[in-house]
Design a protein around this ligand. Structure first.
Ligand SMILES: NC(=O)c1ccc[n+]([C@@H]2O[C@H](COP(=O)([O-])OP(=O)(O)OC[C@H]3O[C@@H](n4cnc5c(N)ncnc54)[C@H](O)[C@@H]3O)[C@@H](O)[C@H]2O)c1
Length: 259
């Protein structure tokens, strides 16, 4: 632990597993008190247990980011527990596939509720506490599909595109309060959820690793790759960074497709 987040209180949604868990563990390792907010209670508590086992400080708060009351309660419980909020990481999300033709109203609403409305609620209820702390950091976990879109991810692409514009909007609106708002693109991360999805589509692990070896920097990204960026953006090393879009995708989305 090098203490880059010493004394900071960081709320991370969707931190029970995958990218969020990687961020929670690394933030705690840097000295943050981490609130793990998730619908998945057993895994969320396991994340907290791992952090505490490594000597860190963490609490689980059951949260459904699709529900306004749940997000409001998350921030209240955090302040009651740790006295303040310095950073919010809006990470909870999922990317169910659906083309335009396949996307029903209910599907659209559910994908936007999780991937966009949840972040809005968390920003809304965390902001007064960030302001009270004299400033802070909001990190939104986005996706390349929020910029380029994808024909089989119509609702998800719209949600992540909305999240990018909400990032820029809030960065402008909250700068006077010293609250910074940034957006990370994690690339292609082989979490348990992603591996389950890919294998259900007929891809073997061996095939996935072969695909990874062909990516621009020779592998898929990991939760830790994103976590390094989250630690930077929630630390005082980035006090002049806001409205930024940070690609942690090995350039996959930016490089010409000629590798
Ligand atoms: N895995 C990738 O390749 C990839 C790429 C780009 C962006 N992302 C983004 O990264 C974020 C994390 O994804 P991941 O790949 O780690 O997925 P994951 O499925 O491993 O983790 C998602 C977490 O969110 C939680 N969650 C789901 N619904 C929730 C709700 N209503 N309220 C609170 N928590 C909820 C889940 O329980 C889980 O812990 C998402 O926003 C996703 O869109 C992932």
């Amino acid at each position: 632990m090098s203490g880059r987040l010493a004394n900071k209180v960081v709320v991370i949604t969707g931190a029970a597993q995958g990218i969020g868990r990687g961020c929670a563990e690394m933030a705690a390792g840097e000295g943050a008190r981490v609130v793990v907010a998730d619908v998945f209670e057993d895994a969320g508590k396991a994340t907290v247990g791992a952090i505490q086992g490594a000597g860190g400080e963490s609490t689980f708060v059951w949260t459904d980011v699709r529900e306004e009351d749940s997000c409001a309660a998350l921030m209240e419980i955090t302040v009651r527990t740790y006295g303040r909020i310095d950073a919010l990481v809006n990470n909870a999300g999922a990317f169910p596939r659906g083309t335009l033709e396949e996307t029903t109203t209910d599907f659209w609403e559910s994908v936007l509720a999780l991937n966009l409305r949840g972040a809005f609620y968390c920003c809304k209820y965390a902001t007064p506490h960030l302001r009270a702390a004299g400033g802070g950091s909001i990190v939104n976990i986005g996706s390349i599909h929020g910029i380029q879109g994808a024909a089989n991810l119509v609702a998800y692409s719209a949600a992540k595109g909305g999240l990018l514009n909400m990032t820029r909007t809030l960065a402008g609106a909250l700068a006077k309060d010293r609250i910074r708002v940034n957006y990370i693109i994690p690339g292609w991360v082989l979490t348990d959820t992603e591996i389950a999805l890919q294998t259900s589509l007929g891809r073997t692990l061996e095939e996935l690793h072969r695909i990874g070896a062909d990516l621009p920097l020779g592998r898929h990204q990991t939760p830790e790759d994103t976590a390094f960026a989250v630690v930077y953006l929630t630390s005082d090393e980035s006090t002049q960074v806001t409205a930024a879009l940070l690609n942690v995708d090995a350039g996959d989305s930016m490089l010409p497709n000629n590798y």
